[in-house]
Design a binder for this molecule. Structure first.
Ligand SMILES: Nc1ncnc2c1ncn2[C@@H]1O[C@H](COP(=O)(O)OP(=O)(O)OP(=O)(O)O)[C@@H](O)[C@H]1O
Ligand SMILES: [Mg+2]
Length: 375
């Protein structure tokens, strides 16, 4: 991604992943679901710094209020509920991941918050403004939506498309804005190609450039990396990182869980209703107990005696040629376990902390929903 005009700093920074382990028995996913979890203290953690992001559009209005606040929001189409009773808030400058299986209601939520659809019940504010039909224009001036399908004029060139949308959005100094948007998505060299001859990934980038034209405070990205090759997807990730540094709030729907884990301050998992919300590491810790995996050259003669009474070790079970220890704090347990194993004469090959990803959290919750629907 280019940043030669200095307005978009697009250097990506990798985020570190925490660890989790065994599925937690005491605090199952129920503990994290429901409006309490969505709006409670968990929902407030992981939000960006108190200094607050500066508005990308330079609009000081409603500073200090969340970028998005949703309360008991529901959308029903005829007899089909697209999403129900959503309550959550997104801080200004936050990158918020919105995950869920096909048909979970993600796009409908985006369209509702983007004032393209009226909610059936509940309320929301976006960029500090209540979502109502009367406020639609004002909200749309402060936000941008990159939809699931790019929606470009195939026979017009990239630059012509952007010019059309710049005129539609009435952006000031459209020539400069178009230039910046093209550089941000690395498409300057294709500005005069018709959109119809571009590859899917390139069209996706034009759609992203289109979403950047209005330099929004809140940017909704609906599966922005769907169908992109790994390098192009990484470019989009770097662009999102750059926007984050400029203080833009990003509401990101994606099926790429590693993308959400890498980019998002917090994620919500939706399956018509909100299943959970929190920082990826928090969700892992809520759902999975921590554990140590011990591997020895030959089986330990009396593992129950070796593992009994060790600090921070809550239990253990054999797992093939390994032993899995449920631990309260791996940093306390691991040295004690190592000493006990050596004292027992065990030939230790490895002691490692088991790792759970956001994908494990997602699959656990969504599988649970599926099993419940079969019962
Ligand atoms: N205009 C509409 N009329 C009737 N039903 C709709 C309409 N738009 C969406 N739906 C239904 O609402 C539900 C949620 O759809 P939505 O597009 O929000 O899902 P999604 O989470 O974005 O899924 P995907 O991951 O496949 O993009 C689906 O059952 C869908 O068929
Ligand atoms: Mg969708």
């Amino acid at each position: 991604m280019g940043n030669d005009d200095g307005t978009l700093d697009l250097t990506g920074s990798r985020r570190r992943h925490g660890d989790g382990a065994e599925r937690r028995a005491a605090t199952g996913p129920q503990a994290a679901t429901g409006p309490q979890a969505a709006t409670g203290p968990q929902a407030a953690t992981g939000t960006p710094s108190a200094t607050g992001p500066r508005s990308a559009a330079g609009t000081p209005s409603a500073a200090g209020t969340p970028a998005i606040e949703v309360s008991h929001l529901t959308k029903v189409f005829g007899g089909r509920t697209a999403f129900a009773d959503l309550s959550f808030s997104v801080a200004r400058g936050e990158v918020f991941g919105f995950l869920g299986p096909n048909g979970a209601g993600k796009t409908t939520t985006v369209r509702t918050l983007g004032t393209l659809l009226a909610p059936t019940s509940g309320s929301a504010t976006v960029a500090g403004i209540p979502v109502t039909a009367e406020n639609g224009v004002e909200i749309r001036q402060r936000i941008s939506i990159m939809p699931e399908s790019p929606g470009l004029y195939q026979r017009l060139t990239v630059a012509e498309n952007l010019r059309c949308f710049a005129d539609l959005y009435e952006v000031p100094e459209p020539g400069d804005r178009i230039g910046r948007a093209l550089r941000a998505v690395n498409l300057t060299g294709r500005a005069h190609d018709a959109c119809g001859i571009l590859s899917k990934g390139l069209r996706q980038r034009v759609a992203l450039a289109r979403a950047l034209l209005s330099e929004p405070e809140v940017l909704f990205l609906d599966e922005p990396t769907s169908g992109l090759d790994p390098v192009a997807a990484r470019d989009v990730h770097e662009l999102i990182d750059g926007l984050r540094r400029r203080g833009v709030t990003i509401f990101l729907t994606t099926h790429r869980l590693e993308e959400a884990e890498r980019l998002c301050d917090r994620v919500a998992i939706l399956n018509t209703t909100l299943r959970t919300i929190g920082r990826p590491d928090e969700l892992r810790d809520q759902l999975f107990a921590k554990s140590l995996i011990i591997r020895t050259r030959i089986p330990i003669a009396d593992p129950a005696r070796v593992f009994a009474g060790l600090p921070a070790v809550d239990g253990w079970h054999p797992d093939g040629h390994a032993y899995v220890l449920a631990v309260a704090d791996p940093a306390v347990a691991a040295p004690a376990v190592a000493r006990a194993l050596v004292a027992a004469g065990a030939d230790v090959l490895t002691i490692s902390e088991s790792h759970h990803s956001l994908e494990d959290v997602y699959l656990e919750l969504i599988d649970e929903d599926q099993e419940a629907s079969w019962r």
